[in-house]
Design a protein around this ligand. Sequence first.
Ligand code: PEP
Ligand code: MG
Length: 320
Amino acid sequence: ANESGAAVVNDSVKTTDGRHVEVAANIGQPAELEPAAKRGADGVGLYRTEFLFLDRETPPSEDEQYEAIRQALDTFPDGRVVVRTLDIGGDKRIPYLDLPDEENPFLGERGIRRSLAPDSDLFATQLRALLRAAADGAGDLAIMFPLVATIEELDAALDALEAAAGLDDYDADAVDPEVGVMIETPSAAFMADELAARVDFLSIGTNDLTQYVMAADRENERVGDLHDPTHPGVLRAIQQTVTAAHAEDIWVGMCGEMAGDPDLTELLVGLGLDELSMSAVTIPEVKTAVSETSYSSASERGDRAQLAATRSEVHTTLDT
Ligand code: PEP
Ligand code: MG
């Protein structure tokens, strides 16, 4: 048992009626890898690569990035490691990168927008490091792009990945990592069908998705009530994303804070999420919750929840 009292479950988990749900870890520092494995993570569902760029004077070299990703892949030899490309801008500032001053940074050049900016070669370096690590590391690498809003951005990111693969002297076909996008903007949720047709997976970032769907700053407590993913507007965005992914036969995960709330596990399983990724502390509880959930009744509950008109109706649905 861990500090929350839930037993560590090392095997992958299924609902009582046999639906497999992947339970993975969100990682923000290399030191979190081992503890996540010990808590029973099936893999890494979100590796936040920003840490590599913090507390230093210059960007990390390709080799430094390679080593960090390699370590993650070797910690989960039988699992998948979803590495998110650099997600800076917004509230995440890096002094030496000299990012533009913006009046509304959360609506500015953040996430994939920054990676695709013409004045930056950070993206190409990072992609090369990722591909080299995928070729040498034990686990399966997946590459994920943050804050995508348009198909054009995805196409540009895929072009950059192809160019990075072409630059290396290894067999690009043999490496072939899964590629996915985060669903964090209303546009991405509305366009989930077109995105799903072009990638191997979608992962819902509910921290930002809630912020943008509800127009409520994720850091501002005065609007904390609005920044709640159980508002039906957010649930409908989630539902639409899951439906779009499954129509294209690809998997869909969630890596925002919502995924780690054991009180919401039944709802999320019911909405059809294939993977839940969270900070490692809650993994044992969420695995236990999945194993106690019946997918067929959860899915009826999920249907009712996303038809609710208000957040309180959603919660009534969850409690009955
Ligand atoms: C999210 O937005 O839900 C997410 C997982 O990304 P981050 O919290 O790093 O912005
Ligand atoms: Mg985000």
